[in-house]
Every structure is written in structure tokens, then in C-alpha cells.
Ligand binder design. Structure first.
Ligand code: ATP
Ligand code: MG
Length: 384
């Protein structure tokens, strides 16, 4: 077998992994939606899950599937001016448009009012009409050749309310006209509560929910074996088991462990294809450090100091924590602690384990907190 030089694993946000594990059902649902025509439930989807669970790469997979059927795909991520960018993308490239790039007025896409190529609007109130018009036009062209349009919106938890209302109204207009299109939102779990509780966006409630979870370890083991084999290496037996278990089925960790175990083996013995247990252990260690830097640190930084104190109290246990014991450790009433628990549950940092127990939902967060307890306690005391 040929040995390749390049590490096949992709531990970076949005990079397609060598094998997309455990998402067959979601992909099948999406395909079924395309096949069954306008009105099929999975033509409107919301994909949710924690950071690093694989939402963005699933959107890429959907885009690939749709493109293979001759569909066109528009991808956007939530940030200011989302709808204006959608309208701009919906327009077919004007012939000779590049001739005008030096004229700034041509590319102005203001938020308050402005001109987007053929579409003019005076105020945000007009955006739904503008967006619907642009969608109708583009989808109409595609329908003539029996194709459709897929629109994907990533980081949907951060979409501006007016943008969401415009998208909802435009989508509603397309539904009424039985248009050949599909719309997929992806975002953190908070997007569900944010948009589902909003009257103006009840249409989100009809979106088919796809809550992404960690993938089964059996599938991780098979994919590790195959991916190493694909580059002329052998990962089997105890090293394979150690590497697999270290991932906890968390997709980002799968890529980290794969990446560092692969590179350790290549570095330690370039001419021997078989991964040893030492390679596996060293690789797992590096993967853990990287996980801390890229996931645990930023996740904890995004929480309030009381949230972090709650987590520190949990980290004293080796397994699930009793919520009343946590309240005691915090020196607070059960209700007070309950508020913080609810927030951490919604952020999917912790999960319910039944009978008044909670546990960490992010792999190795307990260990990370223990290692960095002094630092987080200090920042709690200084009120940061
Ligand atoms: N099903 C999967 N199987 C294997 N690896 C995966 C899978 N899904 C994602 N990954 C890998 O996990 C990492 C994170 O994926 P991705 O960026 O899609 O996550 P995300 O949910 O969009 O995260 P964020 O909320 O930070 O945007 C990437 O390195 C990607 O290659
Ligand atoms: Mg993403």
C-alpha cells in the first residue's frame, strides 16, 4: 500500500473530516426531502448541537448532495446584513458586472435602505418582499431546468430578529407558491429557544429538528481503522481501543485524536506502519491539550463567573453530581442554584442524569476544571 505524507484528519472548524461518521439518518432525511418535492417536512430543517459536534460539515454535506442533483446552493452565516447578502447572492451574476467594481455605489448594500442590483428597497419593512422577489426569480429560473435552490444559514442562534422575520415571510411566500427550494438552519442549541418563543418566527417551529449528538464509539473505531489504512498505516488492537475511547464520540475530538496519533506514529517510526500504544497515548495527550485550548477555555470564558463556580463545585465529584449537594457547596439555596443549573443545561455544558443529578456534557471538562481550578476560582473572586 502507498504511504501518503499528508495527515488525513481535519481538526479545524468547518473542515470536512475524512469520514463523516454517524450522520446517515440526517443525510437520508435531507435526501428524502429533495426527492419528495415542495412541502416535504425535511425541506425546512433546523440542525442544532454543541460547538464542534459537526453542524457546519453537515451543511457542507447537504450542499454537496443538492449540487449533485443540479440544485444551486446559497450559504450564509448570521451576521449584520444577512438578508442584504442573501438578496445579493440570489441574483444571477450580471454580465460584465466585474467591469463596475471600481464604482463603489454599485456594491453598496446598506441596511436601512438601498439598492441591490435589480432590487431596490426603502426600509427594513420592505426586506421580506425584496427577499421573496429575489427568491422567486432565482428559483423560477432553476425550476425551468427541473432544479431547485438550497439556502443554508449557519450560526442561526445569532441571526438578527428583523432578518429572521424577513426570511420567515419570504419562506412562507415560497411555500404558498409551491416553489422548489429547501432551507436549512444550523446553530447552537440556544437557537431553538430563541426563535421558537418568538411569535414572529413560529415558522421555525415547523422546521424539522435535527439535534446532533456524539457518535457511537463502534463507528469511531471503524472509521479510525479505515482512515489509517487509507494512508498505509495500521491502527488496531489496544492502540485502536485507547484512541477510540479517548474521543467519547465527540466529533471534534475524533479529529484531534486521529490527527495527533497519526503524526506521533509517523514521527516516532516513519518506516513502521503499525501504531503502538505509546504513539496512541502520546497522541491522546496532545489532543487533550488542544481540546482544552480550543474548546474548554473558550467555553468557560463565555460563561458568567457564577456559572463557572457551579461547574467547579461539580468537578469535585468523580461522576454525576447531586444538585442539592452542589447548592450546599455553593452555600446557596436550591432555587438559586437551580437558575444556574438551568442556564448550563440550556447551553449544553451539563446534562440531566435523572433523580436530581447532573453531569458534564462536554468530554474532559471535569478534568480541565480540576487542572485550572485555581485560575477560575481567582477570577470568580475578582468578579470577572
Ligand atoms: N460526523 C463527523 N464525523 C467525524 N468528524 C466530524 C464529524 N462532524 C464534524 N467532524 C469534525 O469535527 C470538527 C467540528 O466540525 P464543525 O466545524 O462542523 O462543528 P460545528 O458544530 O459547526 O461547530 P461550531 O459550533 O463551533 O461551529 C471538524 O474538525 C470536523 O472535521
Ligand atoms: Mg460551525
Amino acid at each position: 500500500m502507498n504511504k501518503t505524507k499528508q495527515n488525513p484528519f481535519k481538526p479545524g472548524a468547518g473542515y470536512a473530516p475524512p469520514l463523516l461518521i454517524g450522520r446517515d439518518d440526517d443525510i437520508d432525511d435531507f435526501v428524502e426531502g429533495l426527492d419528495n418535492g415542495p412541502g416535504a417536512p425535511s425541506r425546512l430543517m433546523r440542525v442544532t448541537g454543541a460547538r464542534g459536534i459537526g453542524k457546519t460539515v453537515l451543511l457542507s454535506k447537504f450542499a454537496e448532495v443538492a449540487s449533485a442533483r443540479g440544485w444551486e446552493v446559497i450559504r450564509e452565516s448570521a451576521s449584520e446584513g444577512l438578508c442584504a447578502r442573501l438578496v445579493a447572492q440570489l441574483q444571477p451574476p450580471a454580465r460584465g458586472r466585474h467591469d463596475f467594481t471600481l464604482n463603489p455605489s454599485v456594491n453598496v448594500a446598506g441596511l436601512i435602505g438601498g439598492s441591490l442590483g435589480a432590487y431596490h428597497y426603502e426600509s427594513p419593512q420592505q426586506m421580506p418582499l425584496t427577499l421573496a422577489g429575489a427568491m422567486r426569480e432565482r428559483i423560477g429560473r432553476l425550476e425551468k431546468r427541473d432544479a431547485g435552490l438550497l439556502i443554508e444559514i449557519d450560526e442561526a442562534q445569532a441571526v438578527d430578529k428583523n432578518d429572521m422575520i424577513a426570511i420567515a415571510n419570504a419562506a412562507q411566500a415560497m411555500n404558498v407558491e409551491n416553489r422548489n427550494y429547501a432551507l436549512v438552519f444550523a446553530g447552537l442549541p440556544s437557537m431553538s429557544s430563541k426563535w421558537l418563543n418568538n411569535d414572529a418566527t413560529t415558522f421555525m417551529r415547523r422546521a424539522e429538528p435535527h439535534a446532533l449528538r456524539d457518535v457511537p464509539l463502534s463507528a469511531v473505531a471503524v472509521s479510525f481503522g479505515d482512515t489509517f489504512e487509507g494512508t498505509g498505516m495500521i491502527l488496531a488492537g489496544d492502540p485502536l481501543q485507547a484512541a477510540t475511547e479517548a474521543t467519547f464520540g465527540y466529533p471534534f475530538m475524533i479529529q484531534l485524536v486521529g490527527y495527533y496519533v497519526w503524526s506521533q506514529a509517523r514521527r516516532n517510526h516513519p518506516d513502521d506502519p503499525e501504531v503502538t500504544i505509546e504513539d496512541a497515548q502520546a497522541g491522546i495527550g496532545k489532543a487533550l491539550t488542544r481540546l482544552g485550548e480550543t474548546v474548554h477555555g473558550p467555553e468557560l470564558d463565555g460563561l458568567s463567573s457564577v456559572d463557572r463556580t457551579y461547574l467547579l463545585a461539580m468537578a469535585q465529584d468523580d461522576g454525576p453530581s447531586s444538585t442539592s449537594v452542589i447548592a450546599e457547596r455553593l452555600g446557596k439555596g436550591v432555587n438559586y442554584a437551580g437558575n444556574y443549573r438551568a442556564r448550563l443545561l440550556e447551553a449544553q455544558v451539563i446534562e440531566n442524569k435523572g433523580y436530581g443529578k447532573v453531569d458534564f456534557a462536554i468530554p474532559y471538562l471535569r478534568e480541565y476544571l480540576r487542572e485550572h481550578a485555581a485560575f477560575y476560582r481567582m477570577s470568580a473572586e475578582s468578579g470577572e
